[in-house]
Design a protein around this ligand. Structure first.
Ligand code: ZN
Ligand code: ZN
Length: 221
């Protein structure tokens, strides 16, 4: 059985995170996870990278947390994979299966309609997970859903402040027959953790995408 974190932030990439990429790698290795995805807040979310930078330089700065986590992961034996948390006016979408080169080649993705963004990710073979769809906090002005454009639902998020937000997410996934997954939304060292377990090790974004779409992930509650 292999443990994977699907939703994690670094202080290099996300303004609200206190743990660096290297610290995150160490923390998850110590807890027995075999894989982590770094999903920092994108330019339309709470990014730590300077928004005034030209696009390619912004992408380089944005990917720093992932790269530092990956470097440390290689030293200690932890798979570190890339993802992003795309902000749609307070609604968060976790995206897997795209990389730094794809971001550089798509400089307009924060400006185009979200449905077009999803189509472009799918053309690239990526997967979109609606993160904590029923979370209600001051920074979220409205709950929005695009079930025809998202591939799966995060039905358990360890950072939701109320259990009912997770219960509703599970209901939403059932109503629309969407595959399910879970994540911690980890920003710091310590706290409570989630993620998924699988029978085979997640070594690539493609492994994770297939596991989710085929229903081969178990939720860590
Ligand atoms: Zn955050
Ligand atoms: Zn997050």
């Amino acid at each position: 059985m292999f443990k994977t974190e699907t939703h994690l932030h670094t202080s290099e990439g996300s303004a609200c995170a206190s743990a660096s990429g290297a610290q995150q790698a160490e923390q998850y290795k110590a807890m027995g996870y075999s894989t982590i995805f770094v999903t920092d807040h994108f330019i339309n979310g709470n990014t730590a990278a300077d928004r005034s930078l030209p696009w390619e330089q912004w992408v380089d700065a944005y990917c720093k947390g992932y790269e530092n986590a990956k470097k440390r992961g290689e030293q200690i034996g932890l798979n570190v994979l890339f993802g992003i948390e795309y902000g749609w006016h307070g609604t968060d979408l976790l995206v897997y299966g795209i990389d730094k080169a794809w971001l550089k080649a798509n400089p307009d993705i924060a400006q185009i309609p979200v449905q077009k963004f999803c189509k472009r990710v799918h053309l690239a073979g990526g997967m979109i997970v609606h993160a904590h769809p029923f979370r209600q906090e001051a920074y979220i002005s409205e709950l929005k859903f695009i079930p025809d454009h998202t591939d799966a639902v995060e039905i358990f998020n360890a950072r939701n402040s109320m259990a009912v937000y997770n219960d509703r997410a599970k209901w939403y996934a059932e109503q629309f027959s969407l595959p399910v997954t879970a994540g911690t939304d980890c920003h710091d060292i310590g706290g409570s953790f989630s993620g998924i377990t699988t029978d085979s090790e997640i070594l690539s974004a493609e492994d994770y995408i297939n596991a989710v779409l085929e229903g081969n992930v178990r939720i860590i509650y």
